[in-house]
Design a protein around this ligand. Structure first.
Ligand SMILES: [Zn+2]
Length: 703
């Protein structure tokens, strides 16, 4: 933004200080709020542009997306096959919206969709489109008039770039964005001439080509964005949690704006913390660059209602998690029927919420996460590994995540490609929930981490495959854990196996009056170890009860391998204990996992929050000092959407160890809008949060 732009947009000063502040920080890193009315073909005659712009200004958003598209043009395009919407007429709808937003000091991102086009384009450019195995162009699943384009074709380099340059030439935009590319969730399956020369889709070899093409196009689009203005850039949707299709580390380094398209749950069994998990993924690969989460105010899930508001409480919790996990909130509504939407229930709650956040921007501007446990997120494991016997890949992380919440541990995600010693120095322990795929280099990095005093916990098939999903004959981490593979995975018929208690150990704390606890549903036999803590009692039938007893009550097969080496604590579970806990809900397994995490982490947590309820906590160093976030998930809808109401939890006792040289001056509870009395004992600050309804942020002002 130059001086002249500032003079012609005086309203800018009211809208978040993005324009007024003289700073070396790129503008996108100062974004605190975002919003979008996703425009429909009908909007050029249905949407009231002034009302639309006033609404977004009232939410104090720093930027908004306005549709250019690629499927349907919202302006008077000259690019061939960029079909104008049937309600556009001679109007410059994009231009009107762009000007209205700019007048209010809101940045404009030009939104495109390169994924679909119409039959006339198929006739003229058959090579632009995906083909099925029979060689026919692939129609869209919902609207059969549309066809799927191929990302390896010149559609992406000729057609998409022509629109980008045309929009650059016509409008005062601040960036370019593509929706629906790169694909989220799965890799394309295409049998066109270009794609037939590629390795089979879904394989590690295809993934390399997919990532090469993605990075190439990303850089190309970014260079076009910069043709307009040096501060402009290109970005795209990158949601999908851990199971992201594109290489998150490559794109995390490339992208200036990590847009998480993780709009909500609903209609299926998805835990409430899915948005916070997404924030952890962003932090693992982006380290402080701008990340946001798009919250769909519309009814996500199945079936969908794109134009109807979802549960207000559910939307609110998604905003809470966005902020708590260090992302920027983004309010997303679809279509402007009747001026500003036929269902206007979604307007006011977001406005109130965003007004509240705007009072506290300095506390939501994070510098670094305070956590001493790292959870390895195996992106390749999530893309390529096939769990045995119908197990679902998400269940391993779901189970571990739940155990971390129940134990109230502070943790970060660590990507498998970021295991260099300097990346790991802040963590006293790393947890590997069935991280099956690890390269030789990654195994060596984990060994070096242990040699430097780090602790590890791993389960089941961790390190049994290399990064190309090729099975090893022995664990890549065999020497680190002192384990030897002694067979192939064993599942369950009837009863799962039991774990017989052989001796006392902190991981068994709280178990009394029993000789055994449940084992996992699946296990990988490992060779006997000295002085085992738990041994395997093999599975037997559940029915008939006459035969439901252990024929072999004692074996020397370990059900856990526990070691101490120097300052390192090491735990390997041969069973898929975290997944079995998630699936069965068994509280013994939950306790075993909590105890085990606590033991490897060493009991020296930087922040503790004690009290009743199921909560997720985040602690950050912020622009203003520090912040401890408490999300209250104590709710009957914790595992299945949507939240209907909130249930308050009582006092939460917080203790936080302060870094050397930092002194707390004041503790403010941002949701309660009250100060909390605090006391300092040595390097530890203590205070109480009296009550948490859905969310509380304790903001610590510090010198
Ligand atoms: Zn293709």
């Amino acid at each position: 933004m130059n001086r002249r732009d500032f003079v012609i947009t005086p309203a800018a000063a009211l809208a978040g200080n993005l324009f007024a502040a003289e700073s070396d920080t790129p503008w996108q890193r100062r974004i605190r709020r975002l919003g979008q009315t996703n425009m429909t073909e009908h909007d050029p005659v249905a949407l009231d542009v002034e009302q639309w712009a006033d609404y977004w200004a009232s939410l104090k958003v720093d930027a908004t997306m306005v549709s250019v598209t690629g499927i349907l043009a919202f302006y008077q395009t000259k690019v061939p096959f960029h079909r104008k919407g049937k309600h556009l007429g001679s109007r410059d709808f994009f231009g009107d919206c762009c000007a209205a937003a700019k007048k209010r000091g809101i940045r404009v991102i030009a939104r495109m969709s390169p994924d679909l086009n119409w039959e006339d384009a198929v006739q003229a450019h058959p090579d632009w489109f995906q083909r099925n195995a029979q060689g026919e162009p692939v129609r869209h699943g919902e609207d059969a008039r549309l066809f799927r384009t191929c990302m390896f074709s010149t559609y992406m380099t000729d057609y998409v770039t022509a629109i980008m340059r045309e929009v650059n030439s016509m409008y005062d935009i601040d960036g370019l964005f593509t929706n629906a590319w790169p694909p989220l969730g799965s890799m394309p399956v295409c049998h066109c001439d270009q794609c037939r020369r590629l390795p089979a889709s879904g394989t590690p070899s295809y993934w390399e080509k997919f990532n090469e093409r993605t990075v190439y196009l990303w850089k190309l689009y970014d260079s076009i964005a910069k043709e307009k203005r040096r501060a402009n850039f290109y970005f795209a949707n990158l949601g999908g949690g851990i199971r992201s299709t594109a290489d998150l580390v490559q794109l995390g380094e490339l992208c200036e704006w990590f847009q998480s398209d993780n709009q909500g749950r609903g209609g299926d069994d998805t835990p409430i913390w899915t948005c916070a998990l997404q924030g952890r993924v962003c932090n693992a690969v982006q380290k402080g660059k701008m990340a946001n989460n798009v919250t769909g105010a519309w009814s996500t899930g199945s079936p969908r209602w794109r134009n109807v508001y979802k549960s207000e409480a559910e939307e609110r919790m998604w905003f809470n998690e966005t902020l708590a996990s260090g992302m920027v909130p983004y309010h997303h509504i679809i279509g402007g029927e009747y001026g500003m939407g036929a269902d206007r229930r979604w307007l006011e709650p977001a406005r109130k919420y965003f007004e509240w956040t705007a009072k506290h921007d300095a506390h939501f501007t994070t510098k670094r996460s305070i956590a001493n446990i790292g959870v390895v997120m195996g992106q390749r494991t999530h893309l390529f590994y096939k769990p045995p016997r119908g197990a679902q890949i998400a269940q391993y992380m779901d189970g571990l995540y739940y155990a971390l919440l129940e134990g109230r541990f502070l943790f970060d995600f660590v990507h498998e490609d970021k295991l260099a010693t300097e990346e790991l120095s802040k963590y006293s322990a790393l947890l590997l929930p069935n991280t099956a795929l690890l390269s030789d280099r990654q195994c060596a990095q984990l060994a070096a981490y242990v040699n430097a005093g780090g602790s590890l916990l791993a389960t089941f098939e961790t390190s049994l495959y290399n990064e190309r999903n090729e099975k090893r004959s022995e664990f890549g981490l065999a020497d680190v854990f002192g384990i030897r593979k002694a067979g192939d995975p064993i599942g369950t018929t009837g009863n799962a196996y039991l774990a017989r208690i052989e001796r006392s150990h902190p991981v068994l704390s709280g178990f009394s009056n029993t000789r055994w606890i449940p084992g996992a549903e699946n296990r990988l036999p490992v060779a006997p170890v000295d002085n085992p803590v738990l041994s395997v009692v093999p599975g037997f039938v559940a029915y008939p009860p006459e035969l439901s007893y252990p024929v072999e009550p004692k074996t020397d097969e370990p059900a856990v391998v526990v070691r101490e080496r120097g300052g390192s604590r090491l735990i390997y579970f041969p069973g898929d204990v975290e997944r079995t806990m998630w699936k069965s809900g068994h509280t013994d397994l939950a306790r075993l996992l909590r105890n085990s995490i606590g033991w490897v982490a060493g009991g020296n947590q930087p922040v503790t929050v004690q009290g009743e309820g199921v909560i997720e906590t985040f602690a950050w160093e912020t622009q203003a000092g520090f912040a401890v976030h408490v999300l209250n998930y104590t709710n009957p809808a914790m595992h299945r959407g949507w939240i209907r109401d909130f249930y308050a939890i009582g006092p939460q006792q917080v203790a936080m160890r302060m870094p050397k040289g930092r002194k707390v001056k004041r503790v403010e509870l941002l949701m309660a809008e009250a100060d909390a009395p605090f006391r300092t004992e040595g390097d530890t600050v203590r205070f109480t949060i009296p009550r948490v309804l859905d969310y509380e942020v304790a903001a610590l002002y510090a010198d």
